[in-house]
Write a protein that binds this ligand. Structure first.
Ligand code: ACO
Length: 384
């Protein structure tokens, strides 16, 4: 990269460059509040612990979309709408069955969600389209996983919760109550989280007056990155590297060696939380219980050893992605699907933010400080 002489730059025009928009407040929202100092998270008025204990994913969807909890009739109606819209349009299913089985699952989810736009009426409401995506993302993920493994794709059920139906489509077997509850709780915990990179992307696309499918497709692309939602798959890959080391596996030495090489440890750190991520408490508890039940207790112990090492070495705590990895592993989900499950939940938050942005819109347009040359003379191609 060329060295730049910055002497011509008028820094008064841009008194402060905020790399990563750290701490910038550019929106108001009723969807969630994060207190990064105390480690508290609220979705539309309700503490995450209250929701984790009491809410289903469908109740959280309604809460985020309408800023209040549904009554029984409204909840039943939402369930019915989701259940009635789970089947994919045939061309989308054909794409999923015929695409490269080695494709990244998040890339397939992104492309398939983008295709869904072609099969709704132009005048369909944003609310209807949000239901379509919330109902069909689980079908996309399960269909791709089965197709890539040479298995028959399982048609969605016309009843049951999102969590139940997803596990059923993935495994061709109805899950037990405990597995459904684990899946549902994971969906509740991942549903919404302020102005993270994917939600910002969603709102930026919405602000151009583009459509909700474009906004969500962009958000999925942002979530895919390992510094955002992609971290949960990366966490599991780290633990699997340790597993391959067999008796020599040493999570403390492994973590320290990575830190010495200035590498990031996936599943740790957060732009907003300067303490333990409140979602991680719930996932940690689940990870412990499930790893004991399923004989993966060593994975949980290695995770805890990494948490302790990161605290001692860097004073950095785990984020939502750290313990979710072992939770999904314990319920038998392939590591490269973890970020897709994140998207399957976060669709609720993205679409809620889309509605909010649209209701009070202004084009999102920050500026960049130009640090290149100015007024260079033109050089003909033969002289360059
Ligand atoms: N491992 C090691 N060091 C870390 C980590 C980590 N996971 N996270 C932060 N740090 C260190 C950085 O090296 C840096 O140290 P330095 O000041 O000595 O250079 C300092 O902490 C600040 O880190 P930044 O990357 O500047 O913090 P930022 O707020 O920009 O990044 C992020 C936050 C991207 C989440 C970061 O912590 C990270 O990369 N974590 C790993 C990836 C991850 O788990 N992402 C998921 C986040 S949650 C979510 O999106 C769902």
């Amino acid at each position: 990269m060329a060295e730049h002489n910055l002497s011509h730059i008028d820094l008064n025009e841009y008194p402060h460059i905020n790399k990563g928009l750290d701490g910038i407040v550019a929106f108001s929202t009723t969807k969630s509040n994060i207190n990064g100092q105390t480690g508290e998270l609220i979705y539309s008025g309700y503490h995450i612990d209250t929701l984790a204990e009491n809410a289903t994913f469908e109740e959280v969807c309604f809460l985020l979309w309408y800023d209040r909890l549904p009554n029984q009739t409204e909840l039943d109606e939402l369930h019915k709408k989701l259940q009635a819209n789970r089947e994919l349009p045939e061309p989308v299913l054909t794409y999923i069955k015929t695409t490269n089985p080695k494709a990244e699952p998040m890339a397939v989810v992104r492309s398939a969600v983008s295709m869904l736009a072609d099969f709704v009426d132009d005048d369909a409401s944003d609310e209807y389209n949000a239901i379509i995506m919330t109902a069909q993302i689980p079908t996309i993920i399960a269909a791709f996983d089965r197709a890539r493994n040479g298995k028959e794709v399982v048609a969605p059920l016309k009843d049951g919760s999102t969590a139940f139906n997803f596990l059923y489509m993935l495994n061709d077997e109805k899950p037990g109550q405990a597995a459904e509850r684990v899946m549902d709780l994971c969906l509740v915990l991942h549903a919404e989280h302020g102005m993270n990179a994917s939600t910002f992307t969603c709102r930026s696309i919405c602000a151009t007056e583009s459509d909700i499918f474009s906004a969500v497709s962009g958000a999925i692309g942002a979530l895919k990155g390992p510094l955002h939602g992609g971290a949960n798959t990366a966490v599991m890959n780290t633990l699997l590297i340790l597993k391959e080391q067999g008796e020599n596996a040493d999570p403390v030495a492994f973590t320290k060696a990575k830190l010495d090489r200035k590498e990031k440890i996936m599943g740790f750190g957060h732009r907003v939380y300067k303490t333990f991520d409140p979602r991680a408490y719930h996932l940690r508890k689940m990870s412990k219980e499930l790893s004991e039940e399923t004989g993966h207790v060593y994975l949980y112990e290695w995770s805890e050893a990494m948490v302790k090492t990161m605290k001692e070495e860097k004073n950095i705590d785990p984020n939502v992605d750290f313990f979710s990895a072992t939770v999904y592993y314990s319920i038998g989900i392939q590591p490269d699907l973890y970020t897709c499950i994140f998207a399957m939940s976060r669709i609720s938050g993205w679409t809620a933010h889309f509605f909010e942005q649209k209701a009070n819109n202004r084009l999102i347009r920050p500026r960049a400080l130009y640090i290149g040359e100015k007024n260079l003379p033109w050089t003909p191609v033969e002289d360059r």
